[in-house]
Design a protein around this ligand. Structure first.
Ligand code: BEZ
Length: 256
């Protein structure tokens, strides 16, 4: 499969993705000597923060370009190419950490099973990704421009509610300690081109059947629909809602 990620553009313009999630590392609370798996590590910045706290971390990502950039950024750390739906690891980890990755996985239960296989009994999950309502304004604007123009306008994200995701975890042997769906609007880097650059970086699936030559005009129309709500104080914002989850793998099903 072609790699949809441009890791240089991601680092250059979208660093808010890992800067905003520093609190998730606190929720993970990595301890010296623990083995932690960072699922969907991107270019490795949060993997490195976890390592700075003394844990032994393996970062995995399904993008060749992201893994290559992570290795270049942090040559002493371990990164590997892996698919969230079916990865296998050697030995067991104390925790799985994941930021802004799991909404790209359209088979969530397969990912939960992979995470469970990687964990020791009692091991924990600290996860954050797009929850129900995530980028609802952006999605509505894209769809309201592309569909009347005859395009399919289909996205490839999974933004579950707490109830839905919590039930999937419980069905697969996890005890949910915390589930939180909260807004975290994020300021985009460029005052004028920010929304266009964000859409170009992340919304490729929506534009799959749109000829290249037609894209610029459609993007301008989308921007104009979004401007009154999402261009605030001189900058574009993405209307993110995060789903943050803390859970532990049952040591002994049904007890304690
Ligand atoms: C997110 O982090 O919520 C997200 C990023 C890009 C596209 C869709 C969602």
């Amino acid at each position: 499969m072609a790699d949809k990620w441009d890791s240089s553009l991601y680092e250059d313009r979208h660093s808010f993705v890992w800067k905003a999630a520093a609190g998730l590392v606190d929720l993970l609370d990595p301890k010296p000597g623990e083995r932690i798996l960072d699922l969907g590590c991107g270019t490795g910045q949060l993997t490195a923060q976890i390592a700075e706290r003394g844990a032994e971390v393996l970062g995995i990502d399904s993008s060749v370009s992201m893994v290559a950039q992570a290795r270049q950024n942090y040559p002493k750390m371990k990164f590997a190419l892996a698919d969230a739906r079916n990865f296998e690891v050697q030995g067991h980890f104390d925790a799985v950490f994941s930021n802004a990755a799991l909404h790209w996985v359209l088979e969530p239960e397969a990912a939960i099973r992979s995470m469970s296989r990687a964990l020791r009994p009692g091991g924990r999950l600290a996860l954050e990704f797009g929850g129900l309502g995530n980028i609802s304004r952006i999605m509505a604007a894209i769809e309201s421009v592309l569909r009347p123009a005859g395009y399919k306008a289909q996205h490839t994200w999974y933004f579950p509610s707490i109830g839905e995701y919590g039930a999937l975890l419980e069905r697969n042997g996890f005890r949910v300690l915390l589930g939180h769906n909260f807004p975290r609007w994020s300021k985009l880097e460029h005052p004028e081109r920010g929304m266009r650059e964000w859409i170009e970086m992340f919304c490729g699936a929506y534009f799959e059947d749109v000829p290249k030559g037609a894209q610029a005009t459609l993007l301008t129309e989308i921007e104009e629909r979004l401007r009154p709500e999402l261009h605030l104080d001189g900058f574009w914002h993405a209307d993110y809602r995060r789903l943050r989850v803390h859970a532990e793998k049952e040591s002994c099903q049904g007890l304690g």
